[in-house]
Design a protein around this ligand. Structure first.
Ligand SMILES: Nc1nc2c(c(=O)[nH]1)N[C@H]1C(S)=C(S)[C@@H](COP(=O)(O)O)O[C@H]1N2
Ligand SMILES: [Mo]
Length: 395
């Protein structure tokens, strides 16, 4: 794989501005919509559900997750938080700067980054904190995603730790803040930056990646470099990584840390105000049926083979049970794991009964965390990981 070629995507700007809705996708959210436009003409992308064109928010059609546990790059969801990103990158001129609480500020070329340590590969799920927001009731503002704002890939890069070592952390270093090439579309709006505590930034599995499923990162997924923070929500996976600032403070008062991407510290109800919040950080276990859509029909009393995917969040998948209205009815067979923090396939046989059967998979991870029955409503619709039920029509 070569990254040292110059990527110029002809006409990308035009394509970003005027996507052609090739067809509609069936897309059911409580209270609507029932369908969404699908575009096929975003650069390096196949058929994607369009949530917004500029900057693009593209959702993976859910049937893609039934094809395999690795999400193809051209079907991988896209999220930009409100900025304008370059539509071409001059990789020769790209620099990753590191400054702040370091021994020597540096400006690294792509070659410098790629040679900062041994290349490593990590399989991990990149999931937006707002994945499934559109399924939350009462509905809230923000991108109205179904469950397709996630994907699993084999990421290739070098350890962030090795990259930081090129600058050398000062003894006062407490947090590491990351920024990319995107800039606010509206002047005066805050720039998208995110930070991690130093102890997380130095973990083995946190990498600065250039490769995704054996290919360079697609432009919209952060070419030429992005941060990969396995187990943590995608908001920390800063794309088109261009600058790192080491903070000598445990607090980061920048907008996307201090004002958004925060969760209520305790349970809240729609309408509650003034409650304490904590930053969104790590992901919980999740699982889905991928073999059957909602409202599929099934024969009463006959064995029904279901198949799906699961993820453990911060640890591997320990088990997946099929539950009907909260009661376990079968335990799923897990297929071999391809990376503990990626998707894992499961299958199970159940026996449909009643007139409609509300059935869903429930994953437990190796840390003993199990998917809750009911989603903890919150005003930004973050971190949904309750059991994803389907209603099967029993005939
Ligand atoms: N530079 C930059 N990186 C970013 C963002 C952004 O707006 N700018 N959005 C973050 C959020 S909120 C998400 S969900 C993921 C989406 O990653 P993807 O587009 O590769 O799927 O990118 C993250 N990294
Ligand atoms: Mo996100």
């Amino acid at each position: 794989m070569s990254i040292s070629r110059r990527t110029l995507i002809a006409g990308a700007g035009a394509a970003l501005a005027v996507p052609v809705a090739a067809r509609q996708a069936f897309f059911q959210l409580p209270g609507g919509p029932q369908a969404r436009a699908v575009a096929t003409d975003f650069p390096q992308k196949g058929a994607m559900i369009v949530q917004r064109t500029r900057p693009p928010l593209l959702e993976t059609p859910f049937e893609v997750f039934d094809d395999g546990i690795f999400t193809p790059n051209d079907r991988f969801f896209v999220r930009w938080s409100g900025g304008e990103m370059p539509t071409s990158i001059d990789v020769g001129a790209h620099r990753l700067t590191i400054n702040g609480a370091v021994t020597r500020p540096v400006a690294l070329t792509l070659d410098d980054v790629m040679r900062a340590g041994e290349p490593v590969e990590v399989v991990a799920v990149n999931q937006c904190a707002g994945n499934g927001r559109g399924l939350q009731e009462a509905r809230v503002g923000g991108a109205q995603w179904g469950d397709g704002a996630m994907g699993n890939a084999r990421w290739r890069g070098v350890r962030l730790r090795d990259v930081l070592a090129r600058a050398g952390l000062a003894g006062t270093a407490r947090r590491v803040r990351f920024g990319g090439l995107d800039r606010p579309a509206i002047e005066g709006q805050p720039r998208f930056t995110k930070s991690l505590p130093v102890d997380i930034a130095l973990l083995d599995e946190v990498i600065v990646a250039w490769g995704m499923n054996g290919q360079p990162l697609p432009l919209l997924n952060g070419y030429p470099l992005r941060l990969v923070v396995p187990g943590w929500f995608a908001t920390y996976w800063v794309k088109m990584l261009s600058d790192i600032e080491v903070l000598a403070s445990d607090e980061d008062d920048s907008y996307f840390m201090a004002k958004t991407y925060r969760m209520p510290a305790d349970r809240v109800q729609p309408g509650d105000k003034g409650f304490p919040t904590v930053p969104v950080t790590t992901m919980g276990p999740r699982s889905w049926i991928t073999s059957h859509p909602d409202m599929a029909s099934a024969r009463a009393g006959r064995p029904l083979r279901l198949r799906g995917i699961a993820m453990g969040g911060t640890s591997g998948v320990a088990s997946v049970d099929l539950v009907v209205d909260g009661q376990p009815v079968a335990s799923a067979l897990l297929e071999p794991e391809h990376g503990a923090l990626g998707f894992r396939r499961w299958s199970a046989t159940v026996f449909p009964r009643g007139r409609t059967m509300r059935i869903g998979p429930r994953c437990m991870n190796r840390g003993g965390d199990r998917q809750p029955e009911v989603h903890a409503w919150n005003p930004s619709g973050y971190a949904r990981h309750s059991v994803a039920y389907l209603a099967l029509t029993v005939i």
